[in-house]
Design a binder for this molecule. Structure first.
Ligand code: MN
Length: 389
């Protein structure tokens, strides 16, 4: 038997307990929970086949009472003795995409980001569109190219046309960018014709990951009017491997910024679902930005309520992104197009200057949040390297 030692300052203590899918050499992917610097094989430790599967979906579909019961059981389990063959060093495992992604929708919930992008993409118009403060704006993304941290990203090619060009050309994107976001995962869906109110969020949302919405700004700028982003974003979306349960984020819950005008009733609730999650964006090992999730105008509970208000169905494994997280300060901007003001103001990345992402660059986004009693919990990171087209 083994007793897992958890360092006092660990971001993966018993108040976190994020779920992931892992394998060891020669074994099939299965569900584990991270504790300190270890991964506990839940099928072995709990003797429950719902965890002997290559995604979290079957467990997520069991619902909130079951999520709470399993979480309580794991908290007891990992503070006692565990059978040796259920415990692995995190350094010895391969982490896989934790969920089978059903639908993927990405929102646009940061007022700072939407304002900055409006100024950059539409310099002669109002920065915020008239609908922006009335509904969480989103577009439907591509679930089949959601990949786990550590997956290399090939630079996309496509049509680009700068305003001064007479005609579009085809080739590799020359304005490849990131969007630092949080991703929220639906555990229990909702049938067509029903709605999820903001106060029912915790019965449906299983947990959260860090998400990087890779964006080819030149392809996006030429294609996005009037139906929104498509190939400029559909080539890849990266997520972190550990799904932090919503229950671990209790101490991180805060009010969203004041919403003025007051949203329509279906977007109102009594529960607060702003989240004091702090992100950090590393470019080739240098921190270039620290986006604050607490500044997000729309909460994830409002995003899910909006998604279903027309009767659209949701399913286990649905993933929705928050939209780029940008704070009011320049070093809080979660996309390089904002950080470098459309490429006009290069930023220092170590000894080099950068505007957009170059081949061979490596981007890592990490995040932490308050836990109970002054502790911190971690989301880990989402990391990827760019390969040439
Ligand atoms: Mn995005």
């Amino acid at each position: 038997m083994t007793v897992i030692s958890i360092p006092d300052d660990s971001l993966f203590g018993v108040d976190n307990l994020p779920y992931g899918v892992f394998s060891t050499a020669g074994t099939d992917p299965r569900v584990g929970v991270r504790v300190g610097d270890h991964v506990v094989d839940l099928a072995k430790a709990l003797g429950d086949d719902v965890f002997a599967q290559p995604t979290l979906n079957a467990f997520m579909a069991q619902g909130r009472p079951r999520w709470d019961a399993v979480r309580a059981r794991i908290a007891l389990l990992v503070t006692g003795e565990i059978t040796d063959d259920a415990v692995h060093s995190v350094a010895d495992v391969t982490l896989h995409l934790p969920i089978a992604v059903a639908d993927y929708v990405d929102f646009y919930a940061s007022e700072n980001h939407a304002t900055n992008l409006g100024r950059l993409f539409r310099p002669d118009a109002e920065a915020l569109m008239p609908n922006w403060k009335h509904l969480p704006v989103g577009y439907h993304g591509r679930s089949s190219t959601v990949v786990v941290s550590g997956t290399d990203i090939t630079r996309p090619s496509g049509q680009r046309k700068a305003p001064a060009d007479a005609a579009p050309t085809f080739g590799p994107s020359v304005r490849l960018d990131i969007e630092a976001e949080m991703g929220f995962i639906v555990g229990v869906g909702s049938p067509m014709g029903s709605r999820i109110s903001p106060d029912e969020f915790a019965d449906h949302c299983f947990g959260a990951v860090i998400l990087n919405d890779w964006s080819a700004r030149d392809i996006q700028a030429w294609e996005y009017v009037p139906l929104g982003p498509n190939l400029g974003k559909s080539f890849a979306t990266s997520i972190s491997p550990w799904v932090v349960p919503l229950a671990a984020l209790e101490a991180a819950r805060v009010d969203t910024p004041t919403q003025d005008p007051t949203p329509l009733p279906y977007l109102q609730g009594d529960e607060k679902w702003g989240l004091a999650i702090d992100l950090a964006v590393e470019w080739n090992g240098h921190v270039v930005s620290r986006p604050p999730y607490a500044q997000m105008y729309w909460s994830p509970a409002q995003m899910l309520a909006h998604t279903t208000v027309n009767g659209a169905a949701t399913r286990t494994g649905d993933l929705f992104g928050s939209g780029t997280i940008s704070g009011p300060d320049k070093d809080q901007r979660g996309a390089f197009i904002e950080l470098t003001w459309g490429g006009a103001e290069p930023v220092a990345v170590g000894d080099e200057k950068r505007t957009f992402v170059e081949d061979g660059d490596e981007i890592a986004i990490s995040a932490t949040a308050p836990g109970p009693n002054g502790t911190r919990i971690g989301f880990g990171e989402v990391r990827a390297r760019i390969l040439p087209a």
